[in-house]
Design a protein around this ligand. Structure first.
Ligand code: ADP
Length: 632
């Protein structure tokens, strides 16, 4: 018995005793090794006539002996001689992912295995005995390597007719917690090949069972009832993998339907994607990417359950199903895959370097996604608006999150409904339409466009010929506030004091009027109580008598939103009750006695709150006051 090299034993133990749930990746690893071995002999055949094999002769074969719990993986590739068997399979030091694990003891082995695999040794996750019989191409003898795990392995001559390698796994018995028998099931193996190794460039074959009518069964009678006994199971060799990755094909040869079918099958969507991005990048990071923007948000998209990520392939072999590092949160809706030449299956070996590689890919993708979206926005508005309808909220959160760090990337992708034509507009389009006199980009918040249109303040702004952006989603105002400005114009909430439309003379006149009515407003404020910081005249309302105006950053809409979040109930907007100085009610107030003035104040305040879509603290009192007025 030969011993594994120092260190290896400990590592092998980890593999054998791993309670990793994705033990299934062992198959991917062994098939990849087989594919590499085929590559080596195939390339040799190109220059060496002695090989005498054509491309179509190379294949990987899986076979089962269920009774003895054996799974075989066979290739007719380059093979290994005695020394290579000893060197390649006797040392686990090759596995960089384990190296990484050692340095970062806290890292769960689960993650390391899951992301990068561990090559040949992963076989020990599912097998209690592994036999490798191999004959190196161009040699006469074959050798058998055999191991039950950590104690060591034996190496002895054996018979083998052709060059290549056969790996035989004795699949572990099931325990209460862990099931292995699934790896003795043809359909399960077929689905694993489809999942992980579909694009291996050599056929992966397996005898698949199918049921067919036994010969000689007479079913001609009109009322014949078929019984299970009429059928027999036969085995037919099938090729499990499709071999050519769609993304490796020439773009021009791929139809829209092919993209759609691929997307729907791979990413479990029932509708066609809204947009497909298929790119090849060469340079500091060489990779192909096939990305899809869904036409609608997945049902769990805006929940914690949704996991972003792209499939990551290395030369056609799946490394990980969801590599989240490849997508920023604000593009988390993008589905698809990346296939990189630079990452080997043993990405783990130079993990840190590859991490850098991944970041490079991620950055390239982010730019690509952004430019594609912008292109759609400008050239295929209908598609863009469809995407925006599904994922616009996410883009707005993207502007708001991380303290606005990504606002420059995202601001041109945002759309808001504008009072210009009631349709979605980009900020760029809004800015282009602004008259020269316009000092700010105006927006207003409310539940619906219709409700916003009823805001007295909105009327005044529109009257000046300025557009209003309708903010009907909670995140809208937070995103705008995070951006602060666009094209050097500040954003201004029409219901806040930041909206200032008057000329200097008008301001001066108003100031005087407010001064004259100081005592009256004091009385009114006292009657209303804590609800308002001030009562005053305004010249910004045209037909409406009153409005509430927030001061100092927190708007009424934000108060509503923040109030719904736990721990934020203390955030209050500071508001002033403003009365239209030209409205008949202004005169009425000036002539009222103190008691009546107090009641009017309460009524006006209640009306202003109702207009804002807020509730009343004391609806009964409001109702009483209205009736009192009616019977007067
Ligand atoms: P890796 O594939 O990452 O190098 P493995 O532990 O999976 O690590 O395999 C170690 C080595 O054993 C391979 O590099 C290869 O040289 C050899 N090997 C494994 N499987 C085969 C095979 N089916 N045919 C020929 N050589 C193989």
């Amino acid at each position: 018995m030969r011993q594994f090299k120092a260190e290896s034993k400990k590592r092998l133990d980890m593999m054998i005793n791993s309670h990793y749930t994705h033990t299934e990746i062992f198959l991917r690893e062994l098939i990849s090794n087989a594919s590499d071995a085929l590559d080596k002999l195939y390339f040799r055949s190109l220059t060496d006539d002695k090989v005498g094999m054509a491309r179509s002769d190379f294949a990987i074969r899986l076979s089962l002996d269920k009774e003895n719990r054996l799974l075989r993986i066979e290739d007719n590739g380059i093979g290994m001689n005695e020394e290579e068997l000893d060197k390649n399979l006797g040392v686990i030091a090759k596995s960089g992912s384990l190296e990484f694990k050692k340095e970062n003891e806290k890292t769960e082995d689960v993650d390391v295995i899951g992301q990068f695999g561990v090559g040949f040794y992963s076989a020990f996750m599912v097998a209690d005995e592994v036999t490798v019989e191999s004959r190196a191409w161009g040699t006469d003898g074959a050798y058998r390597w055999q191991s039950k795990g950590a104690e060591g392995y034996t190496l002895s001559p054996c018979e083998k007719e052709n060059a290549g390698t056969v790996i035989t796994l004795h699949i572990k018995e099931d325990t209460d917690d862990e099931k292995y028998s699934e790896f003795l099931d043809e359909n399960r193996l077929a689905s694993l090949v489809k999942k992980y190794s579909d694009y291996i460039r050599y056929p992966i074959r397996l005898d698949m069972p199918t049921s067919r009518l036994k010969e000689g069964v007479d079913t001609s009678a009109e009322d014949y009832h078929y019984s299970p006994d009429d059928y027999e199971t036969v085995y037919e060799e099938k090729t499990l993998n499709s071999m050519i990755p769609l993304w490796k094909k020439n773009k021009k040869e791929i139809t829209k339907d092919e993209y759609s079918a691929f997307y729907k099958e791979k990413f479990f969507d029932y509708s066609d994607p809204a947009h497909v991005i298929h790119t090849k990048t060469e340079g500091s990071a060489t990779f192909s990417a096939l990305l899809f923007i869904p036409a609608h948000a997945p049902f769990n998209y805006y929940t914690k359950d949704y996991e972003k990520g792209l499939q990551l392939y290395s030369k056609g072999v799946l490394i990980t199903e969801k590599c989240k590092e490849l997508l920023p949160d604000y593009f988390s809706f993008v589905k698809g895959l990346v296939d990189s030449e630079d990452l080997s299956l043993n990405i783990s070996r130079e993990m840190l370097q590859h991490d850098h590689q991944l970041r490079l890919i991620a950055r390239t993708l982010e730019k690509k996604i952004k430019s594609e979206l912008l292109h759609l926005l400008e050239n295929d508005r209908e598609t863009y608006e469809k995407i925006y309808e599904a994922f616009g909220t996410q883009l707005k959160f993207g502007v708001y999150n991380d303290y606005g760090a990504h606002k420059d990337v995202l601001q041109d992708l945002l759309l808001f409904v504008s009072s210009h034509d009631g349709k979605l507009t980009s900020l760029k389009e809004y800015a282009a339409r602004m008259p020269e006199t316009q000092k700010a980009i105006y927006y207003a918040c409310g539940e619906t466009k219709e409700k916003i249109d009823m805001l007295p303040q909105a009327e005044a702004v529109k009257d000046r010929g300025y557009e209003i952006l309708y903010c009907t989603e909670q995140v809208d105002e937070f995103a705008l506030k995070m951006m602060m400005t666009y094209a050097d114009k500040p954003f201004a909430n029409v219901c806040a004091d930041e909206t200032d439309l008057s000329t200097d003379e008008e301001k001066e006149a108003l100031k005087q009027q407010n001064k004259d009515a100081k005592a009256m407003f004091e009385t009114m404020k006292t009657a209303i109580g804590d609800g308002v910081s001030e009562v005053r005249f305004t010249d910004k309302l045209k037909n409406h008598p009153v409005c509430l105006t927030s001061e100092g950053g927190v708007s009424l809409e934000m108060e509503k939103v923040l109030g719904q979040m736990p721990g934020n109930s203390a955030v209050k907007a500071k508001v002033a009750l403003e009365i239209n100085k030209d409205h008949p009610i202004a005169e009425k107030l000036k002539t009222a006695d103190d008691e009546t003035l107090g009641k009017y104040a309460k009524l006006l305040y209640a009306q202003a709150r109702l207009i804002e879509g807020m509730s009343l603290d004391d609806p009964a009192e409001f109702s009483d006051l209205v009736c009192e007025l009616m019977v007067k």
